[in-house]
Design a protein around this ligand. Structure first.
Ligand code: GLN
Length: 250
């Protein structure tokens, strides 16, 4: 029997796609196709239900405050409950920036409006103070992995919001850049197979190990022993090496 079909659920594809976050969809899709893994992309827009198939990756890109306000309402009902259940069940989710912020308990806009989040992560986001700048620039993050080793992620951040973690693990530690709030050295959040990050870029094309982590986690939910065929990642790794050297002055 061949590998199960992987379904990529692109949440609010037409609204939450800042700084090329759509590239995350393309990266997962191509890395599946290059391996002969059947893959389908499903857009999930305002008012549309999330329909898990069992082998899924849910992607939630970044967007400006006005889009986030529209989504908060859409996520406040059964859709948010469905996403919480998916995460509790070990579903694979990646939220970037504005999408990440809305995976927390709330996001307070610069205008003082408190947008309720899905509550997947115990975190909240507050606006920058008038005297504070937006957190903009290249970011390098060190991500602890299960076997005591670590991976690194390189990306680009541009957010005014400052995110503070409660009872949730960070995705990793900031090696260079600002991360969640520019103060505590954390970047992103992680719980089970749900990940949040400020890294745009898009994130996945130049961080192939993380792309494959998402793909493998999704497939192993239906085929525990599945192993991913390795790919020639010379181009992707060269892209990562180039940007990480520039970021970290390596
Ligand atoms: N509007 C949010 C902020 O500025 C998120 C922006 C984004 O997704 N880049 O913090």
């Amino acid at each position: 029997m061949g590998p199960a079909k992987l379904t990529i659920h692109h949440l609010y594809a037409d609204m939450m796609n800042l700084y090329g976050d759509r590239g995350n969809v393309i990266s997962i899709k191509k890395r599946c196709e290059w391996r002969g893994i059947p893959v389908e992309v499903v857009d999930v827009g305002l008012g549309e239900k999330v329909r898990p198939t069992g082998c899924d990756v849910f992607l939630f890109g970044g967007g400006q405050d006005r889009e986030q306000a529209l989504l908060a309402e859409d996520l406040s009902g059964s859709k948010g409950a469905d996403l919480r259940a998916i995460v509790e069940d070990g579903g694979v989710v990646l939220g970037v920036c504005g999408g990440y912020q809305l995976m927390g308990r709330y996001y307070e806009t610069p205008e003082g409006e408190t947008l309720p989040g899905v509550g997947v992560f115990d975190l909240y986001t507050e606006p920058r103070k008038p005297e504070e700048a937006r957190l903009i620039g290249n970011v390098l993050v060190r991500v602890p992995l299960e076997n005591g080793s670590y991976g690194e992620l390189a990306g680009f951040e541009n957010h005014g919001g400052r995110t503070y973690l409660g009872d949730v693990d960070p995705l990793g530690k900031v090696v260079a850049g600002y991360g969640n709030n520019g103060e505590d050295g954390t970047e992103g959040a992680r719980r089970r197979n749900a990940y949040g990050t400020y890294l745009h870029g898009s994130l996945l094309p130049k961080n192939p190990w993380f792309t494959d982590r998402l793909i493998l986690s999704a497939i192993r939910r239906v085929d525990e022993g599945y192993e991913l065929e390795s790919l020639d990642d010379a181009v992707e790794k060269a892209a990562f090496a180039s940007i990480s050297a520039r970021i970290a002055g390596r």
